[in-house]
Design a protein around this ligand. Structure first.
Ligand code: NAD
Length: 246
């Protein structure tokens, strides 16, 4: 089973984990479309990653924007065969402090965007009889959120549900659909959005005693995208430093 050059779409590619996923896929010989809402940041990442990357800026929570973007990618680069639904926003508010606006915003970015892009990329994958969908979930889905809030944890639990549903719908199509459930990757999301006291408390709790490095996350993306991972579908890979065994 030879590694073949594929077209990958990574959302949230201007962020630390998205960049690491993109780097890993480029290292495996793929052409990577870098999608992010932050135009300047995603263009800068593309300049850094070079000719095998293609930047595009759009808001994944906007259905029409997703539609326009997938059409443009298909016309300019080609049909997407590896979709990494990585873009997400964090909210640390627990139920009592969560406003309806916050709830809907978190769901729109963390869940709706992944659903829209999955729906839009699936026809080409089905036609090719090959595809990889990798959904970035979170340990918050299982833990209920250690520091993460209610909307965030629920959105990530729904991503697991989306992974199972789409995996079940694509079993005979040569497509695999899997998730990754990380906890505390060393990113600005963790380092800037938690207070110093919260960070110290978190570090004391992480069983392996350190944060997950972004490259370790990128490695799991590469693994799931590989042709040799074709028998794995509907799986959520825990990457939680020993928080939970199962
Ligand atoms: N950092 C962690 O410890 C951790 C743990 C578990 C899961 N995750 C998940 O991993 C993913 C990446 O996290 P990260 O730490 O790299 O975050 P990050 O904030 O560095 O990157 C997220 C990227 O998504 C982009 N984005 C936000 N809203 C968008 C929208 N509407 N449309 C398009 N792009 C949008 C942002 O501009 C940003 O570049 C997220 O889904 C996050 O929930 C992170």
């Amino acid at each position: 089973m030879q590694e073949q050059r594929r077209i990958a779409l990574v959302t949230g590619a201007a962020g630390t984990m998205g960049q690491s996923a993109a780097q890993g896929l480029i290292a495996d010989g793929h052409q990577v479309v870098l999608a992010d809402i932050d135009k300047d940041a995603v263009s800068a990442v593309a300049r850094e990653l070079g000719v095998d990357s293609y930047p595009i800026a759009f808001d994944i929570s906007d259905y029409q924007a997703c539609k326009g973007a997938v059409e443009k990618i298909t016309a300019d680069v080609g049909p997407v065969e590896i979709l990494v639904n990585n873009a997400g926003i964090l909210s640390n508010n627990k139920a009592a402090e969560t406003t309806p606006e916050e709830w809907h915003k978190v769901m729109a970015v963390n869940l709706d965007g992944a659903f829209y892009l999955t729906q839009m990329c699936l026809p080409a994958m089905r036609k090719a009889k090959w595809g990889r969908i990798i959904n970035v979930c979170s340990f918050a889905a299982k833990s209920g959120g250690i520091t993460a809030g209610t909307a965030y944890s629920v959105s990530k639990a729904a991503m697991i549900g989306l992974t199972f549903s789409i995996a079940a719908e694509t079993l005979r199509d040569g497509i695999t659909v899997n998730g990754i459930a990380p906890a505390y990757v060393r990113t600005p999301m963790v380092e800037k959005q938690l207070t110093a006291q919260q960070q110290a408390e978190v570090m004391a709790k992480i069983p392996v005693g350190r944060y997950c490095e972004p490259e370790e996350f990128g490695h799991v993306v590469k693994f799931l995208a590989s042709p040799l991972s074709g028998f794995i579908t509907g799986e959520i890979i825990d990457q939680n430093g020993g928080f939970q065994f199962d």
